[in-house]
Design a protein around this ligand. Structure first.
Ligand SMILES: Nc1ncnc2c1ncn2[C@@H]1O[C@H](COP(=O)(O)OP(=O)(O)OP(=O)(O)O)[C@@H](O)[C@H]1O
Length: 229
């Protein structure tokens, strides 16, 4: 589902590679944690999958396509296959919970009848039934992250990318978010999550890929967080 072949990339004006000769193969339906110290290259890895950044060398394949040779007009279709969730939720503050989720479908031209059907379904899936009419500032941080996950998942993407999704949440709320990501993974969605949350990684025992100074230093199935920072 995601394959990096000898991928190296250096940001303009930098003399050190953000990623150097990375080889990774992630199968459909896997749950993968990306760990490593700050600056080790996790966000760069995720940006390459979304084609928000491009490698200087090597190839990145997503859902069977080499995405760096893909024409730019095809990039929106690529990104529709990938849901994204961030540490800071990124909800639209002037839209209700349901409108935030619906908006993701409106912008890709889905018919109203479809939206009216799947938005409540998805809110129920993430445990927010009955909260569709609330504004983002009327719900907790954990609930806001659930809205962000509903928005990322409402179009049933093949891949869900989560960049520090529990970074702003207390440990108990984080466990709830991880249960939800696990449930989404069990529907067949490939989940790739960058995190500094050692407790979560140790508890979930999923595949762990560790980056250090832009290279893969560990790729472990049923892994642990395993390093100090
Ligand atoms: N836009 C940019 N321009 C120049 N250098 C960058 C840029 N973004 C990242 N870098 C550099 O690339 C390297 C990898 O950074 P990256 O953001 O991928 O790390 P990270 O593991 O995601 O860090 P964090 O855990 O702090 O989010 C670092 O040396 C960083 O300074």
């Amino acid at each position: 589902m995601i394959r990096f072949e000898n991928v190296s990339t250096t940001y303009p004006g930098q003399n050190r590679a953000a990623l150097g000769n990375v080889n990774v193969d992630i199968e459909k339906g896997e749950f993968v944690f990306l760990v490593g110290a700050s600056g080790s290259g996790k966000s760069t890895f995720l940006r390459l999958v979304l084609r928000e950044a491009r490698p200087n060398h090597g190839r990145v394949y997503v859902a069977g396509k080499e995405i760096n040779r893909m024409a730019s007009w095809k990039v929106p279709a690529l990104r529709r296959k990938i849901g994204t969730v961030f540490q800071d939720f990124r909800l639209l503050p002037n839209k209700t919970v349901a409108e935030n989720v619906a908006f993701a479908l409106q912008v890709i031209g889905k018919p109203k009848s479809h939206i009216n059907l799947v938005v409540p379904e998805t809110l129920e899936l993430v445990g927010l039934e009955g909260k569709g009419d609330r504004m983002p500032d009327e719900i907790s941080g954990g609930e806001q992250q659930r809205v962000a996950i509903a928005r990322a998942f409402v179009n049933r993407p093949q891949i869900l990318i989560a960049d520090e999704p529990t970074g702003n949440l207390d440990p108990e709320t984080s466990v709830g978010i991880m249960k939800l990501l696990d449930r989404i993974n069990r529907t067949g969605t490939t989940v790739l999550m960058a995190t500094h949350d050692a407790g979560i990684v140790d508890q979930m025992r999923k595949r762990v890929i560790e980056l250090s100074d832009g290279t893969v230093v560990r790729d472990q199935s049923r892994g642990v967080y395993g390093f100090q920072h």
